[in-house]
Ligand binder design. Structure first.
Ligand SMILES: *Cc1c(COP(=O)(O)O)cnc(C)c1O
Length: 368
């Protein structure tokens, strides 16, 4: 791809070098024929649990259902409140509503993650859980969050959809809360070839409940223990994930290398994220801040650089959340006006990332 065309992601480039391995895995599944809960599902779950430093992982059909099932497993439902940030992909909030509970928003800090200083003010007698989101692939302040949760007897459900492999004080995300919920959507750092999700936990009872809950509440082939949905991870997706899991560490290093490059070249030109020493971020997104965001985005588009905004509408301003209502989250709202996500996918070439940097520098030099 020409260096002056930089798409925001490139899934074709990600899968091209893996084609032979992926097709061989498809063939194995076609040959054994166990398309539902076949052996690859358990193999993937074992490897994923190891990656996250937990006892158990349960494959499910997507990240949203992972969050819903985790809350149901913990008995979070009607009448309960769950504390979560308004700056996230909307599924962290919709999953709370789908579980029958009520979201209570707490503003974020400059790291785009929930501001732990504001959590205690939001706790009421109805609060049952805190759902931090490790947004952009950067871990939330888990020590503070776990401390608050312990003191108030609340569950912690981690939304790890953007943060597979991220670590906080050298401990992987997904190993802090009662459950960690991951998405394997094609745009995430580790992805299926379609939809997928996975839940991590150290609790054997929770794991056992989740394995039934993703499969109609069935205890065995014929006996149902409780009503539930069909939320299984497909065998063929697990087979794809087993191939791709081998490359995740390398991809994460490439993402981190692109991030370090952007940080060194763009610091002082635009706002760039600065990780704390105890945060090992995996850069699902690389978000810069600029007062001239909209002009910068159109300028970059003209130079062939595709960018995105994560997210242009904060969740509390979405229609089902009550639209513009009375809620006010000043940090989220001010970030929404200034944030811009640059391409940071592993397959980005040196020439492409140089082009991105040159264009941004030129924009500010010329005052375009
Ligand atoms: C992608 C994402 C989800 C939802 O995952 P799906 O697999 O698309 O259902 C939830 N939370 C966050 C923060 C996400 O980025």
């Amino acid at each position: 791809m020409a260096s002056d065309r930089v798409p925001y992601v490139n899934l074709i480039a990600q899968h091209e070098p893996l084609k032979d391995e992926l097709l061989a895995a498809v063939e194995r599944v076609l040959d054994h024929g166990q398309f539902v809960l076949g052996p690859e599902v358990a193999q993937f779950e074992n490897q994923f649990a190891e990656l996250c430093g937990v006892e158990y992982a349960v494959g499910v059909s997507n990240g949203t259902v992972a969050l819903v099932l985790a809350m149901q497993a913990l008995g979070v439902g009607p009448g309960d409140e769950v504390i979560t940030p308004p700056n996230s992909f909307l599924a962290s909030t919709s999953s709370i509503v789908l579980a029958g509970a009520s979201p209570v928003f707490v503003d974020v800090g400059e790291d785009y993650n929930i501001d732990s200083d504001l959590i205690e003010k939001a706790i009421t007698p109805q609060t049952r859980a805190i759902m931090p989101v490790h947004l952009t692939g950067r871990p939330a302040q888990m020590n503070r969050i776990l401390d608050i949760a312990n003191r108030h007897n609340l569950h912690v459900i981690e939304d790890c959809a953007q943060s597979v492999g991220a670590r906080y004080h050298d401990r992987p995300v997904g190993s802090f809360g009662a459950a960690g919920c991951f998405s394997l959507h094609p745009l995430k750092n580790l992805s299926a070839v379609g939809d997928g999700g996975v839940i991590t936990t150290n609790d054997a009872g929770l794991c056992e409940w989740l394995r039934k809950a993703r499969n109609h509440g069935l205890r065995n082939r014929d006996e149902c223990e409780f009503w539930s949905q069909n939320a299984r991870l497909d065998t063929i997706q697990a087979a794809m994930l087993l191939v791709k899991l081998q490359y995740l560490a390398g991809w994460t290093e490439l993402r981190r290398d692109h991030a370090a490059y952007y940080q060194s070249e763009l610091n002082g030109v635009v706002g760039v994220p600065v990780d704390k020493p105890h945060e090992h971020a995996v850069y699902h997104t690389f978000i810069i801040m600029s007062e001239n965001r909209d002009e910068l985005q159109s300028y970059l588009a003209k130079q062939g650089v595709e960018t995105k905004i994560h997210y242009p509408i904060p969740i509390h301003r979405q229609k089902p959340a009550g639209g513009t209502g009375e809620m006010s989250f000043p940090v989220t709202e001010s970030q929404t006006q200034r944030i811009l996500s640059l391409p940071v996918y592993p397959e980005l070439t040196d020439a492409q990332r140089q082009h991105v940097v040159k264009c941004i520098q030129r924009f500010f030099e010329s005052g375009a």
